[in-house]
Design a protein around this ligand. Structure first.
Ligand SMILES: Cc1cc2nc3c(=O)[nH]c(=O)nc-3n(C[C@H](O)[C@H](O)[C@H](O)COP(=O)(O)OP(=O)(O)OC[C@H]3O[C@@H](n4cnc5c(N)ncnc54)[C@H](O)[C@@H]3O)c2cc1C
Ligand code: SF4
Length: 338
């Protein structure tokens, strides 16, 4: 047992004050990731600042026609919220594809954004890992890398970001609102997570003394033509090998707007402007979807055990876009939402 202090934050300003005062402190929200990391000796905070009672648990409509989601809204409440289920079903579908009901009851919106990779070596303190112990090496590059990234990798790290929710948030062009000692700021979800480059210990562009206060969705929800397709080793309670959030707007059989985000393939939810451009203005057709998949995967690179992901991703993109265009979103979880 490693001793640590436990305090509660009374409000957002107090939370910022407490985290700024202690470089080795961590916030705890639902605790579903952080406590596992502490038990495995991967994270060793000297102090846990409990933010779970802060008033960041509401989902509110914005003046711009979107939604503002408090950082402490539990994943389950968010997925089943009527406005999310009706206007942003791709987000509900992605959340319900993740974890288990018990975990989704505890997991918070902010904690989901900040959950850490599921790379086996990251959790195994007996092995080198640049993300856990910068400069020690990457065990996955020449080791077991079946779950690992095929896009945006570096010589320092090939881990993936494991979230499902974040893939849908990327497709929806969400914004993350944060507060810190210098005040509040907003970060586009696409800029929130980082590629590993040579500093894989930094998963995101959040400063260590900042707190996530909310996530904002723009008005556009793609409720008519969307799919979140998650391919994994078993049908539930498993992280994605590849997942695809596909969202379209159609005028007849012409694609007028397209969003395509992938999970399980990179250190961050993967979006590619060229792949989306390859869809806009085109007719709904398998050939259009296959071309977009080829564009998105043009720089994909496999390792010893995960090269299969490139073809898997190509097929998953085509299938997700086909389902989205037909207005028939896959997944059992959608049934629970209706
Ligand atoms: C067995 C298992 C299976 C899972 N399967 C999936 C899956 O298939 N798909 C999926 O997407 N997820 C999955 N998860 C992950 C789960 O979604 C995350 O653990 C959860 O979302 C984290 O939220 P939390 O509130 O519990 O975070 P915590 O564990 O409390 O915190 C996680 C991190 O975020 C920080 N933090 C939390 N809130 C804030 C905030 N507001 N501002 C700043 N920092 C903050 C903490 O300091 C900590 O570093 C799984 C988890 C488990 C244990
Ligand atoms: S892939 Fe990243 S997280 Fe996994 S061992 Fe290598 S450096 Fe560590």
């Amino acid at each position: 047992m490693i001793a640590f202090q436990y305090t509660r934050a009374h409000d957002v300003a107090d939370a910022v004050r407490q985290i700024a005062a202690d470089p080795a402190a961590k916030f705890i929200a639902g605790g579903t990731n952080l406590l596992d990391l502490m038990k495995d000796d991967v994270e060793r905070p000297t102090r846990l600042i409990d933010i779970s009672r802060l008033p960041l648990k509401s989902v509110e409509e914005t003046a711009a026609g979107g939604l503002r989601i408090g950082a402490l809204v539990p994943n389950a409440d968010l997925a089943y919220h009527p406005l999310v289920a009706q206007r942003y079903p791709i987000l509900a579908s992605a959340i319900l594809a993740g974890a288990s009901p018990q975990l989704r009851n505890m997991a918070s919106t902010g904690g989901n954004l900040l959950q850490r990779t599921r790379c086996y070596y990251f959790y195994d303190t007996a092995t080198p890992c640049n993300k856990r112990d910068p400069g020690s090496g990457c065990s996955a590059i020449s080791g077991l890398n079946r779950m690992h990234a095929i896009l945006g990798t570096s010589e320092a790290c090939i881990a993936t970001h494991p979230s499902d929710m974040c893939v849908a948030l990327a497709a929806l062009d969400a914004t993350v609102h944060v507060a810190g000692p210098a005040g509040a700021r907003a970060v586009a979800v696409s800029d929130f997570h980082r590629l590993p480059e040579n500093t894989p210990q930094h998963d995101t562009n959040l400063q260590r003394n900042e707190i996530i206060t909310s996530v904002e969705l723009p008005a556009r929800g793609f409720a008519a033509n969307y799919t979140y397709l998650k391919i994994r080793d078993r049908l539930s309670y498993a992280f994605a090998l590849v997942s695809v959030a596909a969202a379209l707007e159609l005028d007849g059989s012409t694609i007028t707007e397209a969003r395509l985000a992938l999970g399980g393939v990179a250190h961050k939810p993967w979006r590619d402007a060229a792949a989306e451009a390859a869809l806009r203005g085109q007719a709904v057709a398998q050939s259009t979807f296959a071309r977009a998949a080829d564009v998105l995967l043009r720089e994909a690179k496999g390792f010893a055990h995960n090269a299969f992901k490139i073809d898997l991703a190509r097929r998953a993109i085509v299938r997700a876009l086909t389902q989205a265009a037909a207005g028939t979103p896959q997944s059992q979880s959608d049934k629970k939402v209706s």
